[in-house]
Design a protein around this ligand. Sequence first.
Ligand SMILES: *Cc1c(COP(=O)(O)O)cnc(C)c1O
Length: 362
Amino acid sequence: MRWKEQILDLTPYQPGKSIDAVRREYGLEKIVKLASNENPFGCSKKVIETIKEFSTSLAIYPDGYATDLRNAMADFLKMKPTQLIFGNGSDNLIQMISRALLKPGYNTVMSAHTFSQYSHNAIIEGAEIREVPDIDGAHDLEGMLEAIDEKTSIVWVCSPNNPTGKYISGDDLISFLDRVPKETLVVLDEAYKEYVVAEDYFDALELVEKYENLITLRTFSKIYGLASLRVGYGISNEKVIRALEPVREPFNVNALAQKAVIAAISDQEFIEECRQKNREGLEQYYQFCREHNLSYYPSQGNFVLINFRVDADEVFQYLLERGYIVRSGKALGFPTSIRVTVGSREENAGVIEQMKAFLSRS
Ligand SMILES: *Cc1c(COP(=O)(O)O)cnc(C)c1O
């Protein structure tokens, strides 16, 4: 058969280990998953209530345009409904954007250590990938500008960046956007936006009004705690949205998810509380790192990358066998680091205790 050659040795996405898999493998009772940056506090009670009351004919297709959700979101953001596009997770939007813009003979620019789906989708579309080495976990925006040429269709900017947690300041982003050619789409991935507390962070919605070649992606999978429902969205100007809409699958956001997300945005108190607890959780890890002289990147997300200065898989395995699933930095470009999601206070204390035990093993 005539498979695209480039997909034949492309490996499928490797998710963090699941709780069930670890339970089966190690016969452990209590397992804590701190591997996929999910919200340890679940989701808003309003979402749970909405889901309990959910009743619709399962035989009927969902609203493909997600009209109610679109209007609720437009109200919330104070944007026009036509400036929004919804995805089955923001992964789905990354795929749509890649499909719409990438092809052989063209290239896409990204940081060397960032979210893996940008390069994954570029490979599938047969575009050249230009990875620009980061500077201490942060995007090298100047280097990325240099890598852009007349064949660059997309430049990916992830802020806060997964897996480092580093963010881009408003001034740096504006200076970058001022110089990206108008023919290149800038995709700003803000999956962790709601966790940001840095005062010099940018307002992507303002920037979207100013830069015609900018789209920002957000998700309900992280702070909103709805990863299993799969909803992400893009915000841009109407021209970009109109160009992308035909690429979207007709019914890509299911009916239950559409209802649940409307409830989720109505409870910003829950989001505020999670943001606050996340900062406290990060402090637990920072303190541990300082006490043990380990380096880490200060994070604006709900995860932290800690350098143990040994083979990351060793730390990963040690923690796994003790019931804590974290992410080895090996596949993320940080071979001696562990990426750990900030959990509840108790979960953080628990995994830190095991990290301490790892450091003092003989
Ligand atoms: C988790 C994550 C996503 C994907 O989120 P979904 O909406 O669940 O598909 C996208 N980008 C980054 C940087 C992420 O960390």
